[in-house]
Design a protein around this ligand. Structure first.
Ligand SMILES: [Zn+2]
Length: 216
């Protein structure tokens, strides 16, 4: 009696990148939903003071509303990723609507910044088959990472500082929000702690180039 193992093809959906396995002391802070007139220049000042570079997953509609500010952020050396035109719940959209959200954003940023983004973040972290199909067309990886609810109405400066600085490992990617003034207030102490632990802040492309992606 003998068993023949039947290996069925496993049709797995792609998954987002959660972190990067790297031997470099790199971590990546990502900020979603900008540019924002009320906060983006404060971010630029703070990041310049601490010699930090980060990644902003911008919205097309906000770049249209604040084109000069968007260019200022990019010119300061930060990476800009695609976060769709209007921040919809992508799984609720038709294929054509998903494609428009992603490709219009890609084109707009390419025109605004001189090069198309090479990374994407899904609004609300939500994907569908259509999203993966369009990402494949555009050659974009979807980036998630460690989120600790800095967007929550219950978030506090102290809580954000603690949650985003404990148990940090090289290759971690953190999800934060450009509009969150509590995160802005937490950031000097967060950066102090990252540096004290020996970590360097790099952009998402720099992090991806320094190791192997780990998928969700
Ligand atoms: Zn968002």
């Amino acid at each position: 009696m003998h068993f023949v193992a039947k290996v069925l093809p496993i049709l797995t959906m792609p998954t987002p990148i959660h972190r990067v396995e790297t031997d470099q002391p790199y971590i990546c802070l990502t900020f979603d939903d900008g540019p924002i007139a009320e906060t983006s220049r404060s971010w630029l000042e703070l990041l310049a003071q601490t010699d930090s570079r980060v990644t902003f997953f911008d919205l097309g509609k906000n770049v249209l509303a604040e084109p000069e500010l968007a260019k200022e952020v990019h010119a300061a050396g930060h990476e800009i990723g695609n976060h769709t035109m209007s921040h919809p719940h992508l799984p609720e959209l038709s294929f054509n609507a998903v494609r428009a959200e992603l490709t219009e954003c890609q084109q707009l940023f390419s025109d605004a910044f001189g090069a198309a983004p090479t990374v994407f973040r899904a609004p609300f972290g939500e994907h569908s088959d259509y999203v993966w199909t369009v990402l494949k067309e555009l050659g974009l990886p979807s980036i998630l990472g460690r989120g600790h609810d800095d967007w929550s109405p219950n978030a506090t400066v102290e809580g954000i500082t603690e949650n985003y600085t404990k148990g940090v490992q090289a290759g971690d990617i953190f999800i934060l929000h450009t509009w969150q003034t509590k995160t802005l207030a937490a950031m000097p102490e967060m950066i102090r702690r990252y540096h004290a632990q020996g970590f360097q802040l790099v952009t998402i492309s720099e992090l991806l180039a320094a190791g192997q992606p780990v998928y969700v």
